[in-house]
Write a protein that binds this ligand. Structure first.
Ligand SMILES: C[S@@+](CC[C@H](N)C(=O)[O-])C[C@H]1O[C@@H](n2cnc3c(N)ncnc32)[C@H](O)[C@@H]1O
Length: 368
């Protein structure tokens, strides 16, 4: 066997293993999506990525160690902020990509827009499914876009690859039959709704900065609304970056009060609960090192668990954020832990509304 044939067969085996892992991790997938993962090589799109410390890197020069990670069912961080080392771009968990592509239900010839090109891997899968001439992908970071365009070209795909703010979509290419975002939004931007053709599908992660957002899958109605549901898979995507976000930052309050709480600090680590909780919390709340912080009014909350099983929370600012979490938790338990895939979402001119209709006929409702 020549070296080239041997390498080719190793890479094929790696893709088959990944496809099997995806099928194990996902709900029932369409064979077209699995076939796309079998045909599109991930290694061509992640020649380098960061280890979990976000400082050291693995590159194609690391041979087998690199290849093993590339074809594992794992998210790979591919770009970090130089100062904070927070991830700013990554190749998404393949089984989550598969669930999202499955929900997007791409047919050959569909006009597709992707927000968040990143490595270009998902765009390549979209090209395989729809035909590259029908795909537009964009990212706000120019060097990522240049690298992704080259990789797509080398893999034999020539979609439209643009540097742009995804919040505006791509009006020049509209209407699209399918719109997929791989960065999260609190609300579906009006531009995406406007640029989606009637009967078209929008798949987008909805999240605040709590862990465990949820991916919405919406169908555009003839009357201009979009209605849908959430996928079962938890999805902690990096948020769609917006130049306007920092402007609303409020100073942190120094006056703090302490009290006991029945809800332990790790409650928000539960993916089942965290999305439910984020629907109750104000939109600007983030969770960093266990502490909740609302950048709009400066409120904070930090829970400490004690060895005797009790917990205390220190809250500051105009709003007791942990009280909101406690109320959400009580309600979540009372309603028997509703799962994200039981919630529906409606996006229209009157607003963006998430609903949970309980078996007893009562309805919980949140405005995003
Ligand atoms: C999880 S990564 C995308 C993964 C990508 N689809 C792939 O297959 O590699 C999220 C991407 O969203 C991009 N992004 C964040 N804010 C954006 C914005 N306002 N407009 C366009 N892209 C944005 C980031 O630069 C990042 O590359």
């Amino acid at each position: 066997m020549t070296a080239a044939v041997e390498t080719g067969s190793r890479l094929l085996q790696a893709r088959v293993r990944l496809a099997c892992d995806i099928e194990r991790a996902s709900a029932v997938l369409s064979s077209r999506v699995v076939e796309a993962f079998l045909n599109v090589p991930r290694h061509s799109f992640v020649p380098v990525f960061y280890r979990s410390d976000h400082t050291t890197r693995l590159t194609s020069g690391d041979g087998e160690a690199w290849l093993r990670e590339v074809y594992a069912n794992r998210a790979l961080v591919t770009e970090v902020d130089g100062l904070s080392t927070a991830a700013t771009s990554s190749s998404t968990l393949p089984s989550l990509m598969a669930d999202m592509l499955d929900a997007l239900d791409v047919r050959p010839g569909d006009r597709v827009l992707e927000i968040g090109t990143g490595t270009g891997y998902n765009a390549a899968l979209l090209c395989h499914l729809a035909g590259a001439e029908n795909v537009t992908t964009l990212d706000c970071t120019a060097p990522l876009v240049t690298a992704a365009r080259d990789r797509l070209h080398n893999a034999g795909f020539e979609p439209v690859v643009l540097t742009a703010d995804g919040a505006a979509g791509h009006p020049g290419g509209a209407p699209f039959d399918r719109i997929i975002a791989t960065c999260s939004v609190r609300r579906i931007p009006q531009a995406w709704l406007d640029q989606c053709a009637p009967g078209g599908v929008i798949v987008a992660p909805i999240g605040g900065a709590l862990d465990g957002g949820a991916v919405a899958c919406l169908t555009k109605q003839p009357d201009g609304r979009a209605v849908g549901r959430f996928l079962a898979a938890p999805a902690a995507f990096m948020p769609l970056r917006s130049g306007a976000a920092a402007a609303s930052d409020a100073p942190e309050s120094v006056e703090a009060a302490q009290r006991t709480t029945p809800v332990r600090s790790n409650a928000l680590n539960d993916y089942g609960f965290s999305f439910w909780a984020s629907l109750h919390l104000p939109p600007n709340v983030v969770r960093q090192a266990g502490r909740l912080h609302d950048s709009a009014d400066g409120s904070t909350a930090l829970v400490r668990d004690h060895s005797d099983g009790s917990s205390t929370v220190t809250v500051a600012g105009p709003r007791d954020l942990w009280e909101v979490v406690e109320t959400a938790h009580r309600e979540w338990l009372r309603r028997n832990r509703p799962r994200r895939e039981w919630l529906t979402i409606e996006v229209g001119v009157e607003g963006q509304i998430v609903r949970y209709a309980a078996p007893d006929g009562s309805v919980s409702r949140w405005v995003l």
